[in-house]
Ligand binder design. Structure first.
Ligand code: PEP
Ligand code: MN
Length: 378
């Protein structure tokens, strides 16, 4: 069995640029907060992973929304990552957002760099980082210093823009360093249609799942991890903290190291699972895998639909309260007629954009929503 798998891997390598022979698991805290927190988290992750290999992550410079929150421990934290590397023998990863970050991280021997979702939304930033990485690689080669950078991880942009994410992959692959895409979703939601587009456009680029930023909730991590199998992803980047309730950033989404065992894949299963993944990916367009991706897209749209309907009912209730206060009846016939008229215009617009829905279908759905609205208002 193992020999068969090896043959498949070799065959596939021909068509795939950056082969990874097992799923990648990048585990560690959102931010490096102190030497003790970093080492304690790494120790417990290693204990929880057992034989399962992992890369340790920790943000040193944190792109935070507010300037009044923890911004990362800065350059000093690189030495804590170096300690993890020597003490536990695992590769380490951190986020870079400026030329100076790249220089400092590479000098410290960081194995993987990741580019965050905010930087990923800005092509000039990504190009600067790509140029800086390429320059470091060239300088090292000139001086006969081995290049130790093993990969660049590129998160999807904060906005759902598949073309921009692909453009970033292209900018980064010019460095010659293997590029790995990380799907972290947008606004704490997955964005499967964007990920699907990128996966189909670049099946040669490994894609990892970031269930932590995708959901913003530690409790959602295990169910999202199941997508690795159903969508044949190449692994995950998960935020793991020794004491999540005391975390200085992304507190709600970090899991404890011991939770890793919930989704831990036995090392012995790795190879056969990977081979199956490859077979499925080789038949990407025709296999059931395509159906799984389409189902992920449709589930996401359904969820948005329900959230929109629930938000609409909430506004409707507020309108009901206003009407009561001002002595106006819940049903206003002229408003009703106006909405039906606009619905017909919308139907025409959809038709012109190649998305035809029958007018009756739209009217039926609208009637049901309207009825529920009146019920909520009464
Ligand atoms: C992170 O991984 O800690 C991070 C900041 O991620 P993102 O850029 O996806 O928000
Ligand atoms: Mn984070």
């Amino acid at each position: 069995m193992i020999d068969d798998c090896k043959k498949i891997v070799q065959l596939f390598t021909v068509n795939r640029k950056y082969i990874i022979d097992q799923r990648l698991y990048i585990l560690g805290p959102c931010a490096a907060e102190s030497r003790e927190q970093v080492l304690e988290t790494a120790r417990r992750i290693q204990a929880a992973c057992g034989e399962m290999p992992f890369i340790f992550r920790a943000g040193v410079w944190k792109p935070r929304t507010s300037p009044y929150t923890f911004q990362g421990a800065g350059i000093e934290a690189l030495s804590w990552l170096q300690e993890v590397k020597t003490q536990f023998g695992v590769p380490v990863a951190t986020e870079v957002a400026t030329r100076e970050h790249v220089e400092a991280a590479l000098q410290a021997g960081i194995d993987y760099l990741w580019i965050g979702a905010r930087s990923s939304a800005t092509p000039i930033v990504v190009q600067t980082l790509a140029d800086s990485i390429a320059e470091q690689q060239r300088n090292n080669s000139k001086l006969n210093i081995p290049n130790t950078l093993k990969g660049i991880l590129i998160k999807n942009p904060v906005n759902a823009d598949a073309a921009l994410w692909i453009g970033n992959i292209e900018r980064l692959e010019k460095t010659g360093v293997p590029v790995i895409a990380v799907h972290r979703g947008c606004n704490h939601r997955p964005c499967w249609s964007m990920a699907h587009t990128v996966r189909n456009a670049r099946p040669d680029i490994p894609m990892l799942l970031d269930p932590s930023h995708m959901s913003g909730k530690a409790a959602k991590v295990p169910e999202l991890m199941e997508k690795i199998e159903t969508l044949a992803l190449d692994g995950a980047m998960v935020e793991v903290h020794c004491c999540p309730e005391q975390a200085l950033s992304d507190q709600k989404q970090q899991i404890t190291p011991e939770k890793i065992s919930d989704f831990r894949v036995q090392n012995s299963e790795f190879f056969s699972r990977f081979a199956r993944t490859i077979i499925r990916r080789a038949n990407f367009q025709s296999s059931e895998l395509e159906l799984n991706w389409l189902r992920a897209e449709i589930d996401e749209l359904d969820e948005e639909l329900w959230d929109t309907i629930a938000a609409r009912m909430d506004v409707s209730k507020r309108i009901g309260e206003w009407k009561k206060e001002h002595g106006i009846a819940p049903l206003q016939p002229e408003r009703y007629q106006q909405i039906v008229k606009e619905l017909k215009i919308k139907n025409e617009k959809l038709r012109m954009n190649g998305l035809p829905l029958s007018e009756q279908f739209m009217l039926n759905i609208w009637e049901m929503i309207h009825e529920e609205s009146l019920r909520q208002q009464s």
